[in-house]
Design a protein around this ligand. Sequence first.
Ligand SMILES: Nc1nc2ncc(COP(=O)(O)O)nc2c(=O)[nH]1
Ligand SMILES: Nc1nc2ncc(COP(=O)(O)O)nc2c(=O)[nH]1
Length: 538
Amino acid sequence: RIKAEQPSFDNETVTNGQNTVYLSFGSNIGDRIMNIQEAIKILDEHESITVKNISSFFESEPMYYLNQNQFINGCVECQTILTPRELLKAIKDIEYNKLNRVKEFDNGPRTLDLDIIMYLDSKGNQIIVNEPDLIVPHDKMLERSFVLEPLCELIPSNFEHPISTEPISKHLSAIYERGNDEDYLWKVIPIPNHNKETEKGTRFLKFKTICKTNEFTAKRKRITISPTYLMGILNTTPDSFSDGGKYNTLEKQLDCIKVMCQEHFKLHENIIIDVGGCSTRPNSVQATVEEELARTIPIIEQIRQCKELPQDKIIISIDTYRSEVAEKAIQVGADIINDISGGAFDSDLFNIISSHPNVAYVLSHTRGDIATMTKLTSYDEFTGSEGCEFFNEEEYTGNNLKFIRVLGRELATRYQIALSKGVRRWQIIVDPGLGFAKDLNSNLKVIRELPFLKNYSFLEDGTNNYTSFRNLPFLLGPSRKKFIGTITKDDDAQNRDFATGSIVASCIGFGADLVRVHNVADCSKSIKLADATYKLLE
Ligand SMILES: Nc1nc2ncc(COP(=O)(O)O)nc2c(=O)[nH]1
Ligand SMILES: Nc1nc2ncc(COP(=O)(O)O)nc2c(=O)[nH]1
């Protein structure tokens, strides 16, 4: 336990301006996600507290007292004029009076636990408090991956602990170096639960990342060891380049889905079905909203009403950039909004996503629009705000990663816009947009340099706007795309399935967490093989 020296804050700076505080939250009773979302809402509504940033959600094994439920943990960054003592009173009020927490014993189960982790005054100085019932920074934080992992999503990797003066990211690496399995967390993305009989609350997309030391180079790197999710494409558009509208009736679509699932569940636990009613092929004619709704809503309803399908294993995404289609699809049972435009084609889309905090959102990279994207393939210039990039722990200004730095910064800009509209980090899956505003070489770099993109973070000059892709799952959609046909000399998209199986394995080898494919039966096997090879999953 770290004993802080004497309290070193003068009331002046703490009470005269917006202080930045990092809180950790945990819940392991009842609907854990709802408890946490409710607590964050109450925090933000408090007249003297503003929520600025929230980490992902993590599921973790209980520490200290092991005979209890797994926790959902995370961290939240707030601005407040409250002193540390006043803040403690406010969060205890939220725990005990607003969320009716009953504390049976120390380290025991709780509906909600909020702790002050760090407190910086309006000038950015760390405030140290060392009183019997209030120790800041939290005296156990450095032994808790369930605090440091989410916290490292919110602070630059060179952010130091005020007492150890070591970067907090180094303390987290030290925990992982101990190699205790219970220190590794599941990153969870809440999605709706449609099976009323089972537990209420949410289902999750789950991802587990560990730090492995390369036995030859002794370098440590983060690798995901959880199974890759397959997103199977259901094109309901007559002109989609790969299916030519052979699923143009509800019955045919439902039959296709039953076959898709039957094959897939031989090898995998669940499936994501991506329903698309408006082609996003470059230069394709865009369906009207009415056409898109007519092609997608009925089949989503049919899937959700089909008793033969195991509802809790079926996750539905809607491939749309339109807010009206997204809203309607969510109402009839979609779990994920898969938007190729990064929220750029419909200014109301982010509002829809933020009004459904338990629906996941695929934040994709593209440029321009369907008609212009093929011309916008130069990555020599930075667009958007000035700032610096980090990869892993180091600030990076090298030139050889220019493509990834430009791509990362454009994705970070869209990410910041999404958050400014109320979308939460815990909802986001990132897609670097294979085939969208990228030439052949750029598409191959997206795959080859994926590890850098997954470790990318960006600090905007002169602000605290820090965007880290740490723990955000990456979706790649290479299936039957032109860049494959160019290399394999297959002009007809229908002949690219074998090649797609190969490139899917490469995507997983470089760290893809989800892959979007047409041929589910074949790619199911490619994924299983790639997971066994790269993710140590036999
Ligand atoms: N995984 C996990 N284990 C835990 N064990 C004890 C406490 C008690 O924490 P406290 O010392 O802040 O009351 N909190 C957690 C928690 O949030 N997550
Ligand atoms: N998330 C995501 N969604 C997508 N939707 C359509 C297409 C265009 O390909 P298609 O016409 O074969 O569906 N590609 C993607 C993609 O790469 N990622």
